[in-house]
Design a protein around this ligand. Sequence first.
Ligand SMILES: [Zn+2]
Length: 217
Amino acid sequence: MAKLYFRYGAMNSGKSTALLQAAYNYEERGQRVLLAKPEIDTKGADKIASRLGVERTVDFLVAPEADLRALFTTHRARVRRESDSALIPDPVPSGSRPDVACLLIDEAQFLMPAQVDDLLRIAVNDGIPVIAYGIRTDFQTSAFPGSARLLEIAHSLEELKTICRCGSKALFNARLVGGRFVFDGDQVAIDELSPDRVTYESMCADCYLSESGGRLR
Ligand SMILES: [Zn+2]
């Protein structure tokens, strides 16, 4: 049975790099993958960009109210049609028809919980493995809605690790506006939407608590 995987981490833990590497690994073996991400992330619009410099356009974007399973079904059908027309000239037995080997989701924290439920249905009912990459918690240490649902229902959880400035494993994402730590504000504040420059620093709990004065949320 196909499974739903959630690979989560703090910011800058190499999630997009890991996703692009996973896509490459499938394609190197001649398999097809589909890449998708929620539309809310305006940074890079329809691209998945690794900080190492590799980038790639997604197959489809997922709007906040979109029916994710229907979107997947449409794009899966397209892949199967393309595979069919690429096959010359003998018809292949239906059991061995090329299909999508995996659905890869970037920025999965921004999915709606109902869309995460669709990811589980795609894995279990449609038989296609789904690997979702995302940030576990926001700058106030609360789970993003998509991440909370993934933590609840994914078959498999895997943490991608990054290091705090003190050398410990980073757990949280502290927000800086104009270079200063802030602990109040909207859950989502991406660069282009903000008048001040918003950045994030991945931190261990100890360093986070000392910057926040002991506050968690
Ligand atoms: Zn630290």
